[in-house]
Design a protein around this ligand. Structure first.
Ligand SMILES: [Fe+2]
Ligand SMILES: [Fe+2]
Length: 165
């Protein structure tokens, strides 16, 4: 059965919303465990707030497209973020692995918002396209931060291991 492009766009918006909800959980869990990495901890907490806004923006896009909110909630409960790749559902408690997972997650989000932006433009949904660009800019900035801080996080982690072993 063929689907209308707008129907597909709505499905993808829901997928992105489920992804953001899952990532929000991961970021909140992680920020409690990053006490020895204050710069990373601050940025993770900040990105958790951004992630909350990403989800809210997607909700208003769905409302704008006339998507029924109760159906939406049912769907969310069923999927539980299953649309994101396996690794994104994991939240390792060790900071180096957590950072690697976060980098992969940010790049998945970047790809997701590039695609969502193109789909929105193809459907003539300028508001959705603008939201995709806004979210994309946050993900790109977060990916950059994580990549730049990874060597330092790794060195600090190793130094802590040597000290405690
Ligand atoms: Fe996001
Ligand atoms: Fe993100």
């Amino acid at each position: 059965m063929k689907k209308e492009p707008k129907e597909i766009l709505i499905t993808w918006l829901r997928d992105a919303h489920a992804m953001e909800k899952q990532l929000l959980k991961n970021l909140e869990k992680q920020s409690d465990r990053l006490g020895e990495y204050p710069a990373v901890q601050r940025r993770v907490a900040e990105h958790a707030e951004e992630t909350r806004r990403h989800a809210e923006r997607l909700e208003s896009c769905l409302e704008g497209l006339g998507s029924d909110t109760s159906t939406f909630k049912d769907l969310m409960a069923k999927m539980g973020g299953a649309s994101a790749p396996m690794g994104l559902a994991l939240s390792p408690d060790e900071p180096v692995k957590a950072t690697l997972t976060n980098i992969a997650a940010e790049h998945f989000e970047i790809a997701c918002y590039r695609s969502l932006g193109a789909a929105a433009e193809a459907c003539g949904e300028a508001t959705v396209a603008a939201v995709a660009r806004q979210n994309l800019a946050d993900e790109e900035a977060m990916a950059r931060f994580l990549e730049e801080s990874l060597p330092e996080t790794t060195r600090t982690y190793l130094a802590h291991q040597t000290r405690t072993s």
